[in-house]
Design a protein around this ligand. Sequence first.
Ligand SMILES: NC(=O)c1ccc[n+]([C@@H]2O[C@H](COP(=O)([O-])OP(=O)(O)OC[C@H]3O[C@@H](n4cnc5c(N)ncnc54)[C@H](OP(=O)(O)O)[C@@H]3O)[C@@H](O)[C@H]2O)c1
Length: 279
Amino acid sequence: MTPAPTLAITGSTGALGGLVAHALADLAPRLVVRDPSRAPALGLPVHQASYADGVAAQAALTGVDVLLMVSAAESDERRAEHRSFIAAAARAGVRHVVYTSFSGADPQATFTLGRDHADAEAAIAGSGMTHTFLRDNFYLDVLPSFADDSGTIRGPAGSGRVGAVARADVADVAAAVLRDPGAHVDATYTLTGPEALTLAEVAERAGRVLGRRLSYTEKSVEEAYASRRAAYPDAADFQLDAWVSTYTAIADGSCAAVTDDVARLAGHRARTLEEALAR
Ligand SMILES: NC(=O)c1ccc[n+]([C@@H]2O[C@H](COP(=O)([O-])OP(=O)(O)OC[C@H]3O[C@@H](n4cnc5c(N)ncnc54)[C@H](OP(=O)(O)O)[C@@H]3O)[C@@H](O)[C@H]2O)c1
């Protein structure tokens, strides 16, 4: 009998990786974290490495066959961090990488962080390792946090629609893929919710679940940059571009696709906005 592949999971101190670590605890995955004191207490082996530390990453991944790589926090170093970690994984002998990408990842994506994901996908594809790309839409869970203190989501999204996905569904898909990676070699999946919503609809429906009055107000691109620059004077340009392009990507339809990939892979229908927020 072929021995079960050794799995490693990054990001388990965060929301998505934490859900996957819990779901796969029976497979005894290795948790690769920046701060071992914050690793989930699941009795699993914990290895320390940040994405930028190629030596620590190679050591942490030696002996690993299949890796879940959760995309790094937004920063202007993110592409280099991703590339460093991917190269370390290849040197360590990892055979297959499951990477949490973004819906419509492309070097010219309207959502500027989608360009970082295209870069990571290209690095993985060129690394000699096989892959599964999980191209997630925006998380349904985080959409209400777009609202300001007065409960208003303000931005240049027009009447564009977003097929946002529950983070729990992304975790369910990741877990299913990691249980049977051989069935998903060099596959790319686009993970969405069950419907594409305007931000006005998101505000109205999320407000009902959260017991808070939420609304959407259209702003121009210039107004969106100006308001965010005023609220966060220290924010870097890449961050402002990411915030504003979240809305322009909804406006131009880049995030409107709805797929059945969650249902096909997770074995249950995709969660609605209400179900995602009820968690
Ligand atoms: N689709 C969307 O709407 C959406 C929204 C938010 C984020 N994202 C992306 O999806 C990822 C997972 O989402 P999440 O909700 O689970 O985020 P999260 O709760 O912030 O967790 C991110 C995880 O990645 C780890 N991490 C970040 N940068 C790292 C680095 N340079 N080296 C090593 N580990 C690093 C964090 O470690 P620490 O605990 O040490 O910080 C944490 O465990 C995020 O990292 C982000 O790239 C997508």
